[in-house]
Structures are given as C-alpha cells and as structure tokens.
Design a protein around this ligand. Structure first.
Ligand SMILES: Nc1nc2c(ncn2[C@@H]2O[C@H](COP(=O)(O)OP(=O)(O)OP(=O)(O)O)[C@@H](O)[C@H]2O)c(=O)[nH]1
Length: 917
C-alpha cells in the first residue's frame, strides 16, 4: 500500500477470516465499496476515493445512496436483477465537489432466502472491471452473506460456527496454494484440473464437478476431469456438442455465460438431450450449474460444472467458489498450452538448426558489434572453431577480419545501408589454412525496423576458383612460357590505349623477335629451342614494371606493352628505347640450354600510342614494320616505327591495288624512244612502259616497275608489254617507214626465269604476225647472275627464231667477261649514268671507253642511252659507239608521234670535241 494512503477504514468482523482480502481491496485499480444491510458504507478503497475525490476515510459510514446521482431502485442505488449477481450497468457517481462521473458498476447484492437485504459489494470501473477483483469481490461478498446468514441462524453460538467456517476456508486456501504450486512445477494438466475439482468438492461435499475443454474445432467439449461423476455418465458427456440447448455445459460454452439448470428433469436446456439427461437422472444428478472457463484474452477454453443431487440453485458463495475454480483452471490450461507451444517452437527451432547443421555452408549470426550468437556445424568444419568456442566470441578475432579492416568496415556500412551484400574473400581457419569463400551477409531487423543482427552464409569456393583460374590460364596464357598470350595481349593493349588516352599519356608497344632462332631448332633440336624461349621469356619479364605487359605473340616473337609513360611523345620514346636496350642486354647474356651455352640476340621494333585512335592490329603492324627494319639493318638492334614509313607503305599498298587492274583497265601503254645510228637515221626504238593512272596521272616506271617486281605483278605486266610490242611490230610491217626498224623490249628477270618464257614469246610473235628479227630483248645483268645455262639456252632458242638480245645497264653490275663471251648477245647498252657525266667525269669516260672497246672486241654492237648533247654523241662516236638513244633525238613518245619521227634524219655526230677526256 502507498505510504500516503491511509487504510480505508476498519474491516468488518466477518471479513477478518478472508486472508489478504484487505490488501487486495486496497490495491485494486477499480473502486470497491462494501456496505451493510442498511446500505451504509463499511469499506471504501483508496481507488474509489481517488475516483470521487472524497478525502480518505470520509466515505465509511455514509449511505451508499448519497454517492449516486439518481438511484434507480429507491434507497440504495441500482438494484441487482438476479438474486446475488446482477449484470453490470452504467451509473453516475457524485464526486466530492458535486461533479458527476459516469462509471461501470458491477453490483453484487446479497439477500437472505426470505429476500431480506444482507448488504453487498459494488465495484466501480472506468471501463470493464478487473475480472480478478470482480471474482474476489463476488467471493468475499458470498462469504459475507453466508456468514451473516449463519450468524442469524445460530444466534446462540456465533464463535463455534465462525471457527468451522474459518477452518474450511483455510483448507480451501491451502489447497488453492498447492494447486498453484503444481501449476508452477508443470504437473500434468489432467492432474491439476482434478485437484481443482477436488478442492471444491472437499469444501462443499454435497456437490460433484466436471471440467470439459473445448476441442480444436470449437464445436465439441471433451472430458478433462470429473473424478466423482459416474463413469457411465462421463462416457456420454465426453464429446458433447455445444449449442443453445446442449445441456448446461453445452449452452454455457455456446453462450459464454453462467448457465443454471436448477432441475435437470424439467430444464428446457436438457429437454432434448435424452442421451445425457437419462444417465444423469439415473445416477441421481438433478441440478447442474455450468460456468465458462475464459482465457485471459476472453476466449472460451471450456466449462466448469457443479452438479447437485437435489434440484437447487447456487448460493452466492458457491458461485464465488465456481468463479475461483474457473480462474485457476484457466491459468492451468493457458500455462500448459503456452508451455506446449514453447516446446513445439523449441523443437521446430532445433529441427531448423539441425537442417542448418547439415548444409556444407558455414552459417552464423552476429550482433552488429560482431559478437557471434549462432554458429552451425558447417562453420565448425570450415573454420575449425567449435560452437562453444565461437558463440560469444568476436567475429573480428575468429575470422581474422583485421587482415583487411577497411573492407570489413565498408561491408558493415553496406549491410546496414542496403540490407545485404555479397563478396568474395580469402579466409584463414583456426589452424592458418587458407581458402576462398563467397560471403553473403543479410541484415535481420527488429519489428520496428531497427537493425538487430547479421546473418552470414559462407560457401567455400576454393575449388571453383582454382578451376576458373586453370581455365583462365589456358585461355589467356601461353603454355610454354606462362606469359600472357596473344588474346590477353589484345585485351591489355585495348585497356592500355584507353587509359593512356584518358590520362593523356603515351604508351609504347615493343615487338621483339629473336634473331636466327630457327637455327637453334634446326641444329640443337626443338627442346633446346623451347628452353631458349622459356628463358628468354623469364628474362624479358624481369626487366618489366608490374604494370607493363610482356606477352608471347607467337613463335620467337614477344610483345611488350608499356603503359602510361611520363612526359610527351619524345620522352616516352626515350623511355621505351631505354627499356628496349635493357631487353637487348638481357638477351645478350649467354643462355644455358641444358648444358649448351648459346648466345642470342633480338631485333626490336617500337611504336608509340596515345589513345584508342589506332587499333591493336594497327599498332602491331607498325611495330612489326619497325622490327623488320631492325632485321634488315643487321639484326640485334632497335628501330622505331616512322609515320613517314607508314605513309609510304599506305601509298604503295594503294598503288599495288591499282596496278593489279591497270592492264585490264587499259591504263598501261607503250611509248617509243628512237634509236639512231651515226648517220642520223632511226634504226629502231625502245618500247617503254607507261601507266596512265585515272586519278594520279602518268606514273613513272621508276615507281611502279620496282613495285610490280616486289609484288609479283611483273610477270603479267611483262606479258602485256611483250604482247603489245609484238602487235606494234606486226603493225609496222605495213608502214614502209617502220617495217625495217627493230623494237627493243625490256624483259625482267621474273619473266625470263619462267620455264615457258620461250614458248610464250614465240607464241606471241606467231599470233601477232610480227617479224622475230625485228624484236630485240633487253635483259639486265641480274638475269645473268644465276643459272647461266638456263639463260644461254633460252637466248639461243629465241635467237634461232631471229630474236636478238641487248644487255641493258652494262657496266653497272658485276658481269664478268666470261659471261659476256658465253651469251649469244647482239648488243650492249652503255648505262645512262656513265653517259651523263662522260665529258666531266674521268671514271665515267674511261668506263664508257672500256665498254665500247669490249663490245667491239666481242663483235657486239654498242649503243649508248641517255644521250642528251651533241658533245656526248661526238665523244661516243669518237670512241667507236655508233648507236644512240636519248633526249638529243627524242623523249619516249606515243606511237603516232614515233611514226613521224621514224622518217626523220637526225644530225650526224660532230667531230670529237676538243680536250677529250
Ligand atoms: N622450339 C620452338 N620453335 C618454335 C616454336 N614456335 C615457333 N617456332 C619456330 O620458330 C622459328 C621462327 O623463325 P623466324 O623468326 O621466322 O626466323 P629466325 O630464324 O628467328 O630468323 P629472323 O627472325 O629473321 O632472325 C620457326 O622456325 C618456327 O618453327 C616453339 O614453340 N618452339
């Protein structure tokens, strides 16, 4: 009791036996008053005083009616409708200052059998009255009424009857306490319910009781306890269907209220229930009062019935007892069911935990601070820590999260922000073993949404990672050297270009080709070749920074990609060259090929890049071009790709493409340059090839002839030239000015080397109708360099048909006299380079003289080309050269112009100029 709250007046004598009653009244939340038969307040509890504002102790002694605004039934306020317990009703309470307060009133009025008022108890509440308080008030009021009745009946010996009642009550209380204890120790429910019944039956031996429980379908009642009822009756009672006319219990459970059948034999509720009524009556059960057992939530759990052997209705005290028993039964049933639910939950949890234990994955939960709360068997297997060791420990220590604190801090933030996260991580177990996991974290929240804990699921993906790595290794690495292969190189190159472009830096691509590597394979064997490639790869790798790539491009070629070289292009070039030198030096160290010492070198081509303008293929082509230059310039050296080189290359490629179709498109044509004798007469012409390009105009033979030679186009072009020359010669036969002229045609070594060259030429001559004696084939010294026999044979064969031969560019090569003697030549031609400076350069003059002398000695005609001045002509004439060709007479001209020239007479040579060299 509150120290400031004074006791609510003295307790009437009858109340003294009900232990704890005063305290319950004083502590009740609801207002309680007890009044005597005159309607005078005996006790008013502190709650009532607080409600009404009346000073403490002031209510005791006042009339109940003074507290009500409008008493409904005359003197003492609302009149109860039943004999003892009326329905609750609304009432207006008069407060201390005169204010009115509307309350719910639970009236418990007590009357004697003759209808006399015995006083009673009122419970006031703002809402519904507390059922415990109400039950208590009912019980206390019942006891009070009984006690008053008995004291009236036994006026003579009040002490005696008071003592007996006190003992019965004490026994009842003790039994109640014992039952509560059994509930607390979780004794079986049937046992407890039986004890409740026995408690009432021993207090009131004239009664027999039963407890029935509503089944799950909520349509039938099942027998829970009825120790004193005849088994033949309980057998029929068990399974009783509830309903408005289903006997006292069936109706009580159906309607949810106290149902009294004062005489079973005549009661309408029992009327149609023969199967139950007959055995009841047969066993002497005449009255049945059934009360619903409510749960705390207000649902019906079952019924508690009291049977009497004679027709009767319950006294208020009996009702109070029944209430009390219902209450205890309700506590027992609810507790049992709660325990059952708890056990089922636990079993379910254990089952789920065992399922979690059966998975291969490690599953654990941790607080947000990282304290481990749950740790499954998978986690034990994965980490080596037992559940006992792990639960309560810090995940940070157990899982070595400090190895990577930043990442764990990030993940902790992510999980709170996003609710879950997945990542891969290398982990360590208790014994230091390492493995890789896929780590999934999920945030578990409280009902209000606040973070509660983290559920972690870890799958060991070490094997999968290894398999992936092996596949990756096969796909992206060279198996011999373990260097990145061509595929990975392309990726890195792409990445490097993109990065460099973004940051505005240059990168470099180096192509390294080992020099004469083939020889090692050929001389020492493939295994030594392999060993050299492996060692070379290792050396190249050692020279690299981590960010650079060295890849095996194929065969004995390696590619190095340098990313983000500092400074502009010149600095980048210098840096690339420095590294290339280092690479050369590294390769220059002797290699030990399983006991064989081998010296090796490499040729390196370098190109620079910036951004993604050039594709990987373009860069590789550039580096390749530069590398070939390095090879061409003696190997074991470094060359940069020069953009000019590329431009020339591109032009060449274009030209080559055009040249391929030039003949078919009629872009090729022959010009004719007259050849003149010392009398000034035209004796013939040299046919010179011209290419009239539709866009680029006339293209010089000095440009396109070497191109045709390099690209293999010389043969078809040469065939066109020969065919056209033959056609021209055939046409000349009809022109008296031309019919006696010879036509000189240049034949390249490529054509001449063809096995069917002779047949082909004869075929052209025959087909065109040209006179073979008018055709002069000009060959160069290179033709003579190889396979002399074949050359002589072909020349001789043609000569037999009248074709003559001139040796072009004589003196520029290495042809020896012995060659000249063997060849069936008709003419030698002095190269224009000697003629040009013949008057100014001693050497040229003496070579020219020698060639003329030689030709004359061998009986060969000598012709000089490039004759531009009369002085040159005079010199040549003076030294025995009687045939000339050059601008002095005419440039090469189209055929119509040549026809004109053919009849012309050019000036004869002058006398040899003075001061001959
Ligand atoms: N042992 C070995 N040889 C290879 C391998 N792959 C390619 N080769 C050979 O490597 C040689 C490459 O020769 P090239 O680079 O063309 O010629 P080289 O002899 O190095 O001559 P240069 O490059 O002009 O100095 C070829 O003979 C290939 O057969 C390999 O994996 N192992």
């Amino acid at each position: 009791m509150n120290a400031r709250t004074p006791p609510a007046g003295p307790m009437p004598a009858e109340w003294a036996g009900i232990s704890g009653s005063r305290e319950l009244i004083d502590r009740a939340r609801d207002g309680i008053m007890l009044f005597d038969a005159d309607g005078r307040i005996e006790v008013a509890n502190p709650a009532l005083e607080r409600m009404t504002g009346h000073p403490a102790g002031e209510l005791a002694g006042r009339m109940v009616s003074s507290l009500f605004e409008a008493p409904a039934d005359g003197a003492d306020g609302p009149s109860p409708e039943s004999r003892a317990i009326a329905q609750s009703c609304r009432a207006m309470l008069r407060c201390f200052g005169g204010d009115l307060l509307e309350v719910t009133l639970e009236p418990i009025r007590l009357r004697a059998d003759d209808g006399r008022e015995l006083g009673g108890c009122y419970v006031f509440a703002h809402g519904r009255a507390d059922t415990a308080v109400r039950d208590f008030a009912v019980m206390v009021s019942g006891r009070l009424a009984d006690s008053r009745r008995q004291s009236e009946a036994a006026q003579d010996s009040p002490e005696e009857s008071g003592d007996a009642e006190l003992r019965r009550l004490q026994t009842f209380k003790l039994e109640q306490a014992a039952i509560l204890e059994r509930i607390a120790i979780d004794a079986p429910l049937p046992e407890i319910l039986e004890a409740v019944i026995r408690m009432l039956e021993s207090y009131a031996p004239r009664y027999l009781c039963s407890i029935l429980l509503l089944d799950d379908s909520e349509t039938q009642l099942r027998l829970a306890a009825a120790p004193s009822l005849p088994p033949a009756y309980t057998a029929v009672l068990n399974g009783l269907r509830i309903g408005p006319y289903a006997g006292s219990c069936g109706a009580s459970a159906y309607m949810g209220r106290h149902v009294v059948a004062p005489d079973i034999a005549n009661d309408p509720l029992w009327h149609d229930l023969h199967e139950l009524r007959e055995p009841a009556l047969a066993h002497g059960l005449r009255a049945c009062w059934s009360m619903p057992i409510f749960s705390a939530a207000g649902t019906i759990l079952g019924t508690f019935a009291i049977y009497a052997r004679s027709p009767s209705e319950p006294e208020a005290s009996e009702l109070a007892l029944q209430h009390s028993c219902c209450h205890i039964a309700s506590v027992a049933i609810e507790r049992k069911r709660a325990l059952q639910a708890l056990k089922e939950n636990e079993a379910r949890f254990r089952e789920q935990a065992s399922l979690l234990d059966n998975t291969r994955d490690a599953i654990f939960t941790r607080t947000l601070d990282g304290i481990i709360l749950f740790w499954n068997k998978g986690a034990e297997r994965m980490f080596g820590w037992t559940r006992e060791e792990a639960v309560g420990a810090s995940a940070r220590d157990l899982l070595h999260e400090d190895d990577d604190p930043v990442s764990f801090a990030n993940n902790a933030q992510r999980i709170v922000a996003l609710g879950e996260c997945i990542f891969e991580r290398d982990m360590r177990d208790k014994f230091g073993g390492r493995f890789t996991v896929e780590y999934r974290m999920m945030l578990i929240r409280n009902e209000d949404g606040s973070p509660k804990l983290v559920l972690a699921t870890l799958s060991d993906i070490t094997e999968r990672k290894k398999a992936e790595a092996a596949v990756h290794q096969l796909a992206f690495y060279d198996q011999l050297t373990q260097l990145p292969n061509r595929r990975l190189l392309y990726e890195r190159l792409l990445h490097a270009s993109a990065v460099n472009g973004r940051v505005g830096r240059s990168g470099a691509l180096l192509l390294i080709d080992l020099d004469n590597f083939k020889t090692i394979n050929d001389t020492l064997g493939h295994d030594k070749g392999d060993a050299l490639l492996q060692q070379a790869a290792a050396r190249l790798s050692r020279c690299m920074r981590g960010s650079d790539t060295v890849a095996r491009f194929g065969g004995d070629e390696f590619v190095v990609v340098l990313e983000e070289l500092a400074g502009g292009a010149p600095a980048a070039a210098a840096r690339a060259e420095m590294l290339a030198r280092r690479l050369c030096e590294a390769l220059a160290e002797p290699f030990d090929l399983n006991g064989y010492e081998h010296l090796c070198s490499g040729s390196i081509g370098i190109t620079l890049f910036n951004g993604t303008e050039k594709t990987a293929d373009m860069l590789l082509k550039e580096a390749d071009l530069a590398m070939y230059r390095a090879k061409a310039e003696g190997r074991n050296c470094i060359r940069f790709f020069d953009p000019k080189m590329q431009k020339a290359l591109n032009r060449r490629l274009e030209l080559e493409a055009d040249l391929r179709f030039a003949a078919a498109r009629n872009e090729l044509l022959l010009h004719y340059q007259p050849q003149v004798d010392h009398e000034g007469r035209v004796t013939g012409a040299e046919a010179l090839l011209r290419w009239q390009h539709p866009k680029k105009g006339t293209i010089s033979p000095e440009i396109f002839i070497p191109l045709a030679e390099e690209t293999g186009l010389m043969v078809p072009i040469g065939q066109w030239v020969l065919g056209s020359a033959c056609s021209a010669l055939a046409a000349w036969r009809a022109d008296p000015r031309l019919q006696a002229l010879t036509l000189a045609v240049n034949v390249s070594i490529y054509e001449f080397r063809r096995h069917d060259f002779v047949e082909h030429l004869l075929h052209l001559l025959a087909r065109s109708g040209a006179d073979p004696r008018r055709l002069k084939i000009e060959i160069t010294e290179t033709v003579l360099a190889k396979n002399m026999e074949d050359t002589v044979e072909k020349m001789s064969a043609l000569k037999r048909h009248g074709v003559s031969f001139s040796l072009d560019d004589f003196g520029t090569g290495y042809s020896s006299l012995s060659y000249l003697k063997q060849l069936p030549l008709d003419q030698v031609k002095i190269d224009r380079s000697f003629v040009r400076d013949v008057l100014a350069d001693q050497n040229d003059a003496s070579i020219t003289r020698t060639v003329i002398a030689l030709g004359n000695t061998l009986g060969l005609e000598v012709i000089a080309e490039g004759v531009e001045t009369l002085e040159q002509q005079a010199f040549l004439w003076g030294h025995g050269c009687y045939a000339y060709q050059g601008y002095l007479y005419s440039r090469p001209v189209p055929e119509p112009a040549f026809r004109e020239l053919a009849g012309k007479r050019f000036p004869r040579p002058l006398a040899e100029p003075d001061g001959e060299n």
